[in-house]
Every structure is written in C-alpha cells, then in structure tokens.
Design a protein around this ligand. Structure first.
Ligand code: PLP
Length: 365
C-alpha cells in the first residue's frame, strides 16, 4: 500500500514543519546521552522564547496537551481548593472535569459557545472568591474558534489567585505573552501552531506557581505528572532518571522551534493572521457563514456554518478522498452544522487556502 499524505486543515494535527519531519529520522540517542541533554536544554531555551517568558521551569511534558492541562491542575490544586474556570467550549469543560478530579470546588464563569468570555466576569468571580487557588482560561477555544482575552487578567497578580492558561491552539500562532500577562501556569501542545506531531506538551510555571508547588501539604496525587520530579530529570542539574524521554519527539520539537525562531515569532503570527483572514473573507462567497463575531475570531481556527443545502459528512468525505484535504467537523451543538478549519503551523500557508477554496468551489458548484 502506498503511504497516504494529506493536507491537514482540521483542528490539529497540522502538517508538521519539514524540519520537524526530518528531525524524527535522527539516529536514536539515549535519554541520558550528553548530546541529547544538550538538545533538551536548547529546546527549553527555545520554548522560553516562544512562550515569551524567563520562567526557569519551562519544559516539554512527555504526553499530549491534555497531560499538560492535568499537570497544571494536579500540581496546583489540593482537595477542597476552589478553582475558577472560564467555560465557553469543550476545553473549558475539560478543565472543569480535570479540576474536579483533583478535588477542587469548581466555580464556573460561562459564555455561550461561539462568544468570548468577558474578562470582567472572570475578575468579578475572583473578587467573589478571594480564597480560590487558580483561575483557569482557554486562550484559543478549539471547539468554537473563539479567542478569549488574557491580558486583562494580569490584575490577578495583586491577588493570591494563580492564572492558569491553555495555549494548546494559540502558542506560535497568535501572540502569547506569558510574563507580560502575568500567567502563572501555562501549557500547550505540539500538534497545532508549533508544527510538530502530537505527543509533547510544553509547560511553563512562574516563580509564584513554583512557590505554591513547594508549599503543598501533600505530594501531587499523580506520580508521572509531579512537576518537581519531572524537573529533576528534564531541567535540573542532577538529571535524576524519572521516565524515558521521547527522544525523537524532542528532536522534532527542537527543530520546529528552530524553524519558527528563524522565521521570527512575530512573522509566524503575521503569517497565521494573513492566511486566516483570507480564508474568513473568502468563505461567505461559497455559502458559509462565520460563527464567531469579528474581533474574536482565531485566524488559525475558523468555525463556519455550512451552506444550507450542504451535507457535512458527504462534503468532508469528498474533500478527503478526492482532494486529500482534512477539515474538522463541529463538536457538541455544532456537530453536523459547522466546520472547524485549521490553518496552523506549516499548514498556515496561502497555498493551503488556495487549494481548499478551489476544492470547495468544485464540490459546491
Ligand atoms: N486544549 C485545547 C484548547 C485543545 O484544542 C486540545 C486538543 O485539541 C487540548 C486541550 C487537548 O490536547 P490533546 O488532544 O493533545 O490531549
């Protein structure tokens, strides 16, 4: 059977950068090999640049984005703590569930699907619950294509509440400013705008978050995601064995971060913005209607209602089988009615937009 390749324009994975694909073929090194540890150190340095932080505790967790989410909650929450969570899509809901399983009393601050969270409502909840331990928000809600504003939440710096942010779909695609926004705990995933296959979750913790970690009454319930143990191997000088690092994935992340920084982080943001805008301006002529109001749309993930007479499954099957293009279906209430079209990482190119619009034009005519 010949190998299949696709143009990946769904909600992730995106097509990895060629540098990442090439790096996957590097000869295997041991996870304690000094040469590999040098690559790991450089990867963490590059992650700091992309997260825009000087946080010492910045490392790739060896698992997907959900593990990054779980690592943040399991290290920062103790049973009985209150956690404020913004919910306007699937991943805000997932945060609530993860926090609950850590024993948190969850305070939900909601907005309708397809609309952004109001930062003032989140700050009101923080004022109403001053003993809450964290306030958690998804920056780029992949289920709806909405950007939730993080910068106003920097006001939490003056409280004891830690700001926890999901940047799985935003990191390296749109501005993420960990230090400037006062973010205390932040996680991402490799398979979206970072342009690496799925499998690692970059995580960064501020000094405040580390102090919270050190002041815990009990060790985190999860051994694998205990960040102090992970940090002893990944980031510490002692390099105490914790788990066998996924060496090839670290090579791939290192290479993709190199490509992004060579292009320039701002240039990568601008590329995502330009192709997303072009797609969003072009879809209405084909009968699609954008779900998210202007000003809150993610360029890297567009949600659009299908043309009235188009059948979701038939159209997506034809796109995949005839043109080799993957787009994402809607989740939850949006299932069968809306699409999620990703332009992330190496897939965020004009040629992707041209190819998709051409294929849709043929299929819908
Ligand atoms: N958070 C957001 C915003 C996501 O889009 C995703 C995955 O799509 C996740 C968390 C979970 O990441 P993963 O599927 O890599 O575990």
């Amino acid at each position: 059977m010949p190998l299949t390749d696709r143009l990946l324009l769904g909600p992730g994975p995106s097509n990895p950068y060629p540098e990442a694909v090439a790096a996957l073929g590097r000869p295997m090194l041991g996870h304690m090999d000094p040469e590999f540890l040098g690559v790991l150190d450089e990867t963490m340095e590059r992650l700091r640049e992309v997260f825009r932080t000087s946080n010492a505790l910045t490392l790739p967790v060896s698992a997907t984005g959900s593990a990054g989410m779980e690592a943040c909650f399991v290290n920062l929450i103790e049973p009985g703590d209150a956690a404020i969570v913004g919910v306007n899509g699937v991943f805000g809901e997932r945060m609530c569930e993860v926090a609950r399983r850590c024993g948190a009393d969850v305070v939900r601050v909601e907005a309708p699907w397809g609309r952004p969270l109001d930062p003032e409502h989140l700050l009101d909840a923080a004022r109403d619950h001053p003993r809450a331990r964290v306030l958690a928000v998804v920056h780029a809600e992949t289920s709806t294509g909405v950007e939730n504003e993080i910068a106003p939440l920097r006001a939490l710096r003056d409280t004891d509440i830690l700001l926890l942010v999901d940047t799985v779909t935003s990191l390296a695609g749109i501005p993420v400013e960990v230090d400037d926004w006062g973010v205390d705990a932040c996680y991402s995933g490799t398979q979206k705008c970072l342009g690496v296959p799925p499998g690692l979750s970059p995580v960064t913790f501020s000094e405040r978050a580390i102090a919270r970690l050190q002041a815990r009454d009990a060790r985190p319930q999860s051994w694998y995601l205990d960040l102090s143990l992970i940090a002893d191997y990944v980031a510490g000088s002692s390099r105490v064995y914790h788990h066998t690092a996924p060496v090839s994935m670290v090579f791939a992340l290192h290479a993709a971060l190199g490509a992004i920084l060579d292009e320039g982080l701002e240039a990568a943001w601008a590329r995502h913005r330009a192709v997303g805008t072009r797609l969003q301006e072009s879809l209405p002529a084909l009968g699609f209607e954008l779900v998210v109001p202007e000003g809150h749309r993610l360029p890297q993930l567009t949600t659009a209602w299908l043309p009235p007479d188009a059948d979701d499954a038939t159209l997506r099957k034809a796109l995949l089988e005839t043109y080799g293009i993957e787009v994402g279906g809607g989740l939850g209430d949006f299932a069968g009615r809306a699409w999620r079209i990703g332009l992330m990482g190496h897939s965020a190119r004009d040629r992707s937009v041209t190819t998709l619009l051409g294929a849709l034009g043929e299929l819908l005519s």
